[in-house]
Design a protein around this ligand. Sequence first.
Ligand code: GLN
Length: 200
Amino acid sequence: SPRVGVLALQGDVREHAALLTRLGAQVELVRRPEELAAVNGLVIPGGESTVIDKLSRTFGMQEPIRDAIAAGLPVLGTCAGLIMLADTVVDAIEGQQSFGGLDAVVRRNAFGRQVESFEAQLDVAAFGAPPVSAAFIRGPVVESIGPRATPLAALPDGRVVAVEQGALLGLSFHPEISGETRFHERFLARVEGGHSVAAA
Ligand code: GLN
């Protein structure tokens, strides 16, 4: 079974770990470079990107994660995780950094405050029926993408909320809390397809 990590610095780590375990993956919590080196894919959870950024630098994880992304490690980022994957973050706090890798401009807190959280049904062509039920919790929006990235899902008003680029998959919402499994299955398929650091 694929051996995947969940970046466990802050955020909804347990929800991702539970879903991945249910899908048959061997899940490791990743906090240190040697733990990152031992997995063939990484999930960056939802939470607070400013905190994940700070802690990743404190723990010496920023550079190893950047290197792994550049080497082709499959990464699924949800919400704050999408922010961490974006090459450019709009409405970042002063000094905030992302790992980058995803050729996209992502705006933090694009849908307003926590109380304005909502659920939406998204048609995702790559999945077909049924639509994805997506939970937006103070999520980001993908404002624009470069030529290397592809939109996977958009809201009815056209705003992009899921984007893919090679082994990278970034979502504005939280499939791990709405019972949606198809994005994690897509991620695990990438992992099993052999996008390992060594092979890239
Ligand atoms: N607002 C958060 C951030 O900027 C993201 C919210 C979430 O992950 N649910 O990181």
